[in-house]
Design a protein around this ligand. Structure first.
Ligand code: BG6
Ligand code: MG
Length: 218
């Protein structure tokens, strides 16, 4: 197999916004009077806004109306947007910029499969929106991660067979989605947590070497 398409997750792979999602969710959890641990956060990585909110609200003995749920989701998002207001290219994770350059030089297609509705604004702030041949619109994807839909949407848009694509993810739900899509999964983070991935590395710094090995094997 000669992978020629690389599909990136955004939060926690391209940029360290995962920490800002964590902060905003923790504040929201405090607001509704429930605990929010790092383990909860790991479970929520890659998971959409309303699904994440419902996970947190399920810890409360109270029931929340739909109107309250929507207001709480807005509250979290306003908080998150405030936290990412100043982000710029300096916040790209180590190795990301060089990986984009290498993939371009080698003629790969590059896609973005982020569950975040803030993704277009984030990539603009980082100055990398021009890198992507296609950016999935999270609002138009029927089933969120761990379903494969968003990765399949990107592959389709890039005219790539799933088996010719590599997905890069920091979330357990994201790795499951990549594997369900029939793609090679590269995990960024803890190998114990991301055990479903084909390869796991601590940061994106090892990506170029990993892609070179895959090309050599093909
Ligand atoms: C994912 C993040 O990329 O996007 C989650 O890993 C986040 O933490 C989800 O909840 C949805 O993001 P947003 O910006 O649409 O609320
Ligand atoms: Mg992520």
């Amino acid at each position: 197999m000669t992978p020629k398409t690389c599909i990136f997750d955004l939060d926690g792979v391209v940029v360290d916004t995962a920490k800002y999602h964590f902060q905003a969710w923790r504040r929201l959890a405090e607001f509704v009077g429930v605990a929010f641990t790092h383990e909860d956060n790991d479970n929520l990585k890659g998971v959409g806004r309303m699904e994440s909110l419902d996970y947190i609200l399920a810890k409360s003995p109270r029931l929340f109306s739909n109107k309250e749920r929507l207001a709480l989701a807005d509250q979290k998002n306003d908080d998150y947007k405030e936290l990412i207001k100043g982000i710029n290219a300096a916040e790209l994770l180590p190795g990301v910029s060089d990986t984009f350059t290498w993939l371009r030089e080698e003629g790969w297609k590059i896609g973005l499969a982020s569950a975040s509705r803030n993704a277009p604004q984030v990539i603009k702030s980082l100055g990398v929106e021009g890198v992507f041949d296609y950016v999935a619109d999270a609002g138009k994807i029927l089933n969120g991660k761990p379903a494969p839909d968003i990765f399949l949407d990107v592959a389709r848009a890039l005219n790539s067979a799933p088996t010719d694509a590599i997905g890069v993810e920091d979330a357990v739900a994201g790795v499951t989605a990549i594997k369900a899509a029939g793609m090679i999964a590269v995990g960024i983070g803890d190998p114990a947590l991301l055990h479903e991935a084909d390869v796991v590395m601590p940061t994106p710094e090892g990506l170029i070497e990993c892609f070179k090995l895959m090309q050599a094997k093909a």
